[in-house]
Design a protein around this ligand. Structure first.
Ligand SMILES: [Zn+2]
Length: 260
């Protein structure tokens, strides 16, 4: 049993909460071009977390809060955004509840680039708040598996940004009926400076606000026409394996004594 919401309270009470790793998936509800569902990021973060938990036994996956920080998508219908402070507060309250019940290893698995700044702050503030009680780590799953993804991709830099080769293939793998591939359009956006990139694996040092409606008329960034279910299966397996390997490492991290 890997889904936290399916356990009973006595079952939680009986767990070895020192070694158990709890995953909190985060994502978004926002436009994903003309061809992909609004819930893509949360669905993928949850699915990847469950697949990793199957490989790294002794891992439980929490039910994800659906929404994320999506201000940069709000010019597209259907997008819903929390304020960054709201998302922080939601994650803080969930983690504090679990630490109170004795869980000591909590991993935020994020599937939405726009949450990146929030999870950086959460790792620091929650790590400080629960110092001596629990270790809190946060990652964006496609960054953890960036080398494996780079090997499998076919698009040029800029071809994997949003509702792109990567995300489209991943959803074709887990929920093929939700992808309208005949409506997919290729858009290589121009971010306006050689210092900026919109690629998922781009790694620019510069942090700046991109309004997605300025970058792309459909909201797609990249080349979803290169996506196939087979490629999605390969991306998914690579991501789940990298995540499982990290979970096994995280399970062994020391928890410092409470500060005096
Ligand atoms: Zn996405």
């Amino acid at each position: 049993m890997m889904r936290f919401e399916e356990l009973t309270s006595p079952e939680v009470d009986a767990l070895d909460r020192d070694r158990k790793v709890l995953i909190l998936p985060l994502g978004s509800v926002e436009q994903h071009g003309n061809h992909m569902p609004l819930g893509t990021d949360t669905m993928l973060a949850h699915a990847v977390s469950l697949a990793a938990a199957e490989k790294a036994t002794g891992t439980l996956v929490l039910p994800p809060p659906w929404y994320g920080f999506s201000a940069h998508h709000m010019r597209f219908p259907g997008s819903v955004t929390l304020r960054a402070e709201t998302l922080m507060a939601v994650a803080e309250d969930i983690v504090a509840s679990l630490v109170r019940h004795g869980f000591r290893r909590i991993l935020i698995v994020n599937g939405h680039g726009g949450n990146g700044g929030v999870i950086d702050v959460l790792a620091s503030t929650l790590g400080h708040k629960h110092y001596g009680e629990a270790r809190i780590a946060a990652l964006t799953y496609f960054q953890l598996a960036r080398e494996a993804i780079a090997e499998l991709r076919q698009s040029e830099p800029g071809g994997m940004g949003h509702a792109c080769e990567f995300e489209t293939a991943m959803v074709q793998h887990i929920r093929p009926e939700l992808v309208k591939i005949d409506r997919a359009e290729t858009i290589y956006p121009d971010p306006g400076s050689r210092y900026l990139t919109t690629d998922l694996l781009g790694g620019s040092a510069i942090r700046v606000y991109h309004d997605f409606a300025d970058l792309s008329p459909t909201g797609t960034l990249g080349d979803p026409t290169l996506a196939t279910p087979e490629k999605g299966a390969a991306f998914f397996e690579a991501v789940a394996s990298e995540l499982a390997a990290f979970i096994e490492d995280f399970r062994g991290w020391t928890i410092p004594e409470p500060a005096k």
